[in-house]
Write a protein that binds this ligand. Structure first.
Ligand SMILES: Nc1ncnc2c1ncn2[C@@H]1O[C@H](COP(=O)(O)OP(=O)(O)OP(=O)(O)O)[C@@H](O)[C@H]1O
Length: 791
């Protein structure tokens, strides 16, 4: 075999034994006709991403031989083609065959004489290549269509690989646009930025350059604008971008030093107008929105107005309320304090009520009271099996929903489940309706703009809605700060609970959380108490210290399921990925006889603690749920020939094929964001100076409040101090303004944000023009995905 020649196999597909519909990955065997490798078997297993592969058909596969640790030698194909007739005789038979009526042997000979032995390629590249036959347009088109139909998918994937897209991304692009892929790309490669996850502006830009699209082409400018809006909204959590900021960033990205900046700016503004005309973006005053966020904020405020307008009030008197509350207090063996009593009353007498409070202030106790008193006063049934049952309880995470269900004794579910959402892009288009009279949502701080839009627009006239949460926790991962915007609008009755009721003499964690929330930094924070301690460490020593703590906690009888390490970031020596590997080696190490499967850099073994990263309602597993691996089924041991993991999510056993392992991660250490809505017996919290740009009060507060019994803080003292003193700035949203407008609330004395509250928009156009400032400052080595997701 010549050095430069690629390894190939030509053969007929015998049996396809694995296909992943998501990414076109397939595994099959072929009967070999020809190869330039030294493989001397009759068959070979081929793996790779392919469009349509049909059994009994002949293909040529190019790629390389690999030695799979379990399955032995296989051929990993990176390109493939339907075997084409190549010799003169074969080609003449092909063209004169039944597939092409109207072409006899003579005409077939003519084609090969004229176009040569690569006639098929020539016809695929140029649909006019057959014009010389003078068959007439209709007939010629039919022949060209027939040829391309046979070779289309592979043609597209082949072309995509020429464009530099790997198998996975290429397959994803093909899945989006199908046979129109090349047409779409040629027309506007930047549309990939909007439509295909994983293709960013830079990638589309490289493609555009190859296709000869000029640098100042409007398609390029629009691609940059759309990309920036999407990245900035996701990274900042804002629902819009300040126009000047967007222009600056776009100029900085597009300029190459030669053009006139003012001209470029005008062009960008022209493209911005076109995107607005096309309904992709929306500009209002100095704000630029992705139109879907603009619409969502309006839809939310209008639904809230409908809910308050259609509420008819109550038929019972205050004396009846007082009487029923006494019964409820007796039932729950509790005596509600005045603010708690007021909260229950407000919730029962209003269409929409907001309840916020820190840990242990009695939110759950109040929800119980609301439900019980509501049932009594409205003569409503609490029997979920009854046709008349009309109470819906939900929370953003499975864990929080479970907690709600356990404390009320009534069915509670995730908001996704309640609304029949799938957790995929399709949710954007969903318009569910909610058939209930009382709706209570817990952990409201985690609900983002898009989810709240779907939730609140589903509510029917006359429903009473109670939204409960802790406004001081981290805001939602997705854009928006719904709960605090609703509270700060002042448009709805709200109770802010401040008194701590949890009676545990030895507990100092809750008080610590409240102190952090008030910005109190003192020595007490770093003192060791019976339920919390602080261990000073730099980032390098964090893994070793954590290993020791976990070994000790194991000796003290803590189940690893109850011990949770929470960290702010994925990267770094004290980051989530490294700590997971470290802890796994301590609590669940590999031994020669154990089974293990590997995915990327992650090893999975029986007993490993894992977290689920997406919503799969059909299996009843949701994002953030923690489970334990209880079985590993190797491909060679099962009929499907695929590696499988069996995971126990709290009694719900789910089997995941290898292709679904992207949906899980090791969970000895998770992000603080992911832990929202969950509580753990023991929390270990490493914070180090390297994470300084992430360290904010609400992050530390959220982490501390996840701990029920024991809290161990490890890291740089200054990292903790900074977390307490650095308040996060408000997100930029306009929900409050929409509420003011919809509810016709006159805003007087509108407060200007303080300089610290304003986002850091200090880059001036001049500085960028002079190349004095890196326009990607603060963004280059980090994205929100660094700490929001694990990929
Ligand atoms: N008025 C009260 N009198 C006595 N105990 C109370 C009162 N209110 C709440 N509690 C008790 O305080 C503890 C904390 O209450 P609860 O769980 O309702 O608070 P929470 O705000 O939901 O807290 P978290 O968010 O941490 O779960 C519980 O043990 C509860 O029984």
């Amino acid at each position: 075999m010549a050095e430069s020649e690629k390894q190939y196999f030509i053969g007929t597909v015998k049996a396809i034994f694995f296909e992943n519909p998501e990414n076109l990955f397939k595994i099959f065997t072929i009967k070999i006709k020809k190869t330039n490798t030294d493989w001397d078997g009759k068959d070979i297993v081929i793996t790779g991403s392919f469009g349509e592969i049909s059994e009994e058909e002949e293909y040529k596969f190019e790629g390389k031989m690999i030695d799979h640790p379990k399955y032995g030698k296989q051929f990993q194909a990176d390109t493939y083609q339907h075997s084409r007739p190549s010799g003169r005789k074969e080609l003449i038979n092909f063209f004169s065959g039944e597939e092409f009526p109207g072409i006899g042997k003579k005409k077939a000979e003519k084609i090969v004489d004229e176009l040569g032995t690569d006639a098929i390629d020539k016809i695929l590249q140029d649909p006019n290549a057959l014009d010389f036959l003078k068959l007439g347009k209709e007939k010629t088109d039919l022949i060209v269509e027939q040829i391309s139909k046979n070779h289309q998918t592979e043609q597209v994937l082949y072309q995509l690989s020429n464009f530099g897209f790997g198998n996975v991304l290429g397959a994803r692009i093909y899945q989006k646009y199908g046979v129109r892929t090349l047409e779409v790309i040629n027309e506007d490669p930047y549309s990939l930025v909007t439509h295909v996850k994983g293709v960013g502006f830079k990638r589309a830009d490289e493609l555009a350059r190859r296709l000869g699209i000029p640098e100042d082409d409007p398609r390029r400018i629009k691609g940059a604008l759309v990309q920036f809006i999407s990245v900035l909204v996701q990274s900042s959590g804002d629902t819009y971008i300040v126009r000047e900021e967007l222009l600056k960033r776009t100029i900085a990205l597009l300029q190459n030093g030669n053009e006139n900046i003012n001209e470029l700016k005008q062009k960008i503004e022209g493209c911005l107008r076109e995107l607005v005309n096309d309904g992709v973006l929306l500009v209002e005053d100095e704000r630029v929105y992705d139109k879907s966020f603009f619409d969502a904020e309006w839809a939310i405020s209008q639904s809230l107005k409908m809910i308050t307008d259609t509420y008819k009030g109550v038929s019972w008197k205050n004396s009846a309320f007082k009487k029923e509350l006494k019964h409820v207090e007796k039932q729950f063996k509790v005596s509600y304090d005045p603010s708690q009593e007021e909260a229950i009353k407000q919730s029962l007498t209003h269409s929409l009520f907001l309840l916020t409070g820190g840990p242990g202030t009695g939110k759950t106790t109040i929800i119980n009271g609301i439900v019980a008193a509501y049932a009594k006063l409205n003569d409503a049934t609490l029997d979920p099996a009854s046709e008349d049952y009309a109470i819906a309880l939900a929370a953003p995470t499975g864990r929080a929903a479970k907690h709600m269900g356990e404390s009320t004794g009534l069915p509670a579910m995730t908001i996704h489940r309640l609304l029949g959402l799938t957790g995929t892009e399709d949710d954007e288009l969903a318009e569910p309706t909610l058939d209930c009279k009382l709706l209570i949502i817990d952990e409201m701080s985690m609900v983002d703009t898009k989810l709240f839009r779907t939730l609140i627009t589903a509510v029917q006239p006359g429903t009473q809605v109670v939204l409960v949460g802790d406004k001081d926790q981290l805001p939602s991962v997705g854009p928006g700060q719904i709960f605090s915007d609703l509270i700060n609008s002042g448009a709805f009755p709200t109770t802010i609970l401040t008194d701590i009721h949890r009676q545990d003499e030895n507990s100092t964690i809750i008080q610590l959380a409240h102190d952090v929330n008030e910005g109190i930094v003192n020595d007490d924070f770093f003192q060791n108490r019976s339920d919390r301690s602080y261990i000073r460490s730099n980032s390098r020593n964090v893994p070793e210290i954590l290993s020791q703590i976990i070994t000790k906690s194991d000796e003290r009888g803590f189940d690893i399921a109850d011990v949770q390490v929470l960290a702010p970031m994925y990267r770094g020596i004290a980051g989530i990925d490294n700590l997971n590997a470290t802890i796994q080696n301590v609590v669940n190490p590999m031994t020669p006889k154990r089974k293990e499967v590997v995915m990327g850099n992650v090893h999975y073994r029986i007993k490993d603690k894992v977290v689920y990263l997406v919503n799969t309602p059909e299996d009843n597993v949701f994002n953030g749920e923690i489970g334990k691996i209880i079985g590993i089924l190797l491909a060679k041991e099962n009929v499907d020939h695929v590696d499988k993991l069996v995971i126990d999510f709290d009694g719900n056993e789910v089997t995941l094929d290898r292709k679904d392992w992207l949906n899980i991660a090791l969970a000895y250490c998770t992000s603080i964001h992911k832990a929202q809505g969950s509580e753990f017996e023991m929390v270990i919290l490493p914070l180090v100076n390297e994470e300084s740009r992430m360290l904010r009060r609400n992050l530390l507060y959220t982490a501390i409040t996840r701990s029920k019994k024991l809290l161990i803080m490890v890291g740089d003292r200054s990292a903790f101090e900074r977390s307490i003193t650095d308040q996060s700035s408000e997100r930029n949203t306009t929900l409050k303004e929409r509420i003011f407008a919809t509810f016709e609330i006159k805003v007087t004395n509108k407060e200007e944000p303080t300089p610290e509250e304003k986002k850091d928009y200090t880059l001036t156009l001049d500085m960028i023009m002079n190349n004095a400032i890196d326009p990607m400052i603060g963004m280059r080595d980090s994205t929100p995905f660094d700490f929001m997701e694990n990929k």
